[in-house]
Write a protein that binds this ligand. Structure first.
Ligand SMILES: [Fe+2]
Length: 281
């Protein structure tokens, strides 16, 4: 398996960060990420590899964990009764989608291979302007597929990883649109009032990104409130979501792992400490 069979390296020579074309791309992406917490690199993955990833998803459909649990924006389903009734942590929305967990991938998975390439990590690190960043230690979540059938919805939330990549593998016929509110929170500022406004339907901060199969999106999932609108039509939406983090040790909390990925592993219990950035999970 080779990087050049997965990524269009003629267009995007990410193995050479000093090339003129990549330097310019990094500059543009960094500007977009600083301003909007999100950037898109069109046709980054070769069509043949998108097809291979689609085949991987379709082969493993039986292994997908589907969940219909309502969640708050911190991907938590537990109600904190001590908070006021209208606190964002106490606002639960219907969620209905699935995950093909990273531990179910075959050894020859192209997505897994891509995720393990240092070239991709270095490129993303340069785009977000932070070094070092790390592959995520969570064995279920690190390079999963997010699955949305017709009627599925993914409500407003933050990711527990700092930097989420999104590669659209199959586009739905209608809707299933990614919406996000750039830089709405940061360490030391949860910004609950602004988050509440978005949950109540205020569209002032909301942006949309229109992804096509093979595009790579990089966004700051931990600081960017985001959602996917309800998938309509007959075709499911499949999205590869490899992710990078600032802490190479941390994994999802047991509660988060159970609610989203359908199981809790010993590592989730062993590493369940308070987060150093102080933000809610
Ligand atoms: Fe997310």
């Amino acid at each position: 398996m080779k990087l050049e069979n997965i990524v269009d390296i003629n267009k995007y020579p990410i193995h050479d960060l000093n090339s003129k074309v990549i330097k310019e791309l990094i500059k543009k992406n960094k500007n977009d990420l600083d301003q909007f917490s999100c950037c898109i690199i069109p046709n980054f993955i070769l069509p043949k590899s998108v097809k291979t990833m689609l085949a991987e998803v379709e082969k493993k459909l039986d292994g997908v964990y589907w969940s219909q649990e309502s969640i708050n924006p911190y991907l938590n389903s537990k109600d904190e009764l001590s908070l006021s009734k209208d606190h964002p942590k106490r606002i639960f929305s219907k969620r209905n989608n699935g995950y093909l967990n990273s531990d179910l991938f075959e050894k020859d998975s192209e997505l897994k291979f891509l995720y393990e390439q240092q070239e991709l990590l270095n490129f993303v690190s340069a785009c977000v302007g932070i070094s070092p960043i790390y592959r995520w230690a969570d064995p279920l979540a690190c390079h999963a597929y997010n699955m949305m059938k017709p009627g599925s919805i993914l409500p407003w939330h933050f990711d527990s990883c700092e930097f989420t990549l999104s590669i659209l593998i199959q586009k739905p016929e209608k809707e299933g649109v990614f919406e996000y509110c750039p830089n709405i929170r940061e360490p030391g500022n949860e910004n609950f009032d602004e988050i509440k406004k978005v949950l109540d339907g205020d569209r002032k901060r909301v942006r949309q990104s229109k992804l096509e199969p093979g595009d790579l999106q990089i966004f700051k999932g931990r600081f960017t409130l985001h959602r996917v609108t309800k998938v309509e039509g007959k075709r499911s939406r499949y999205l590869a979501i490899p992710a990078y983090v600032l802490d190479p040790w941390r994994v999802n909390t047991p509660e988060h792992s159970r609610a989203v990925y359908g199981k809790v592993l010993p590592i989730h219990i062993e590493r369940n400490n308070v987060r150093s950035d102080g933000l809610a999970d």
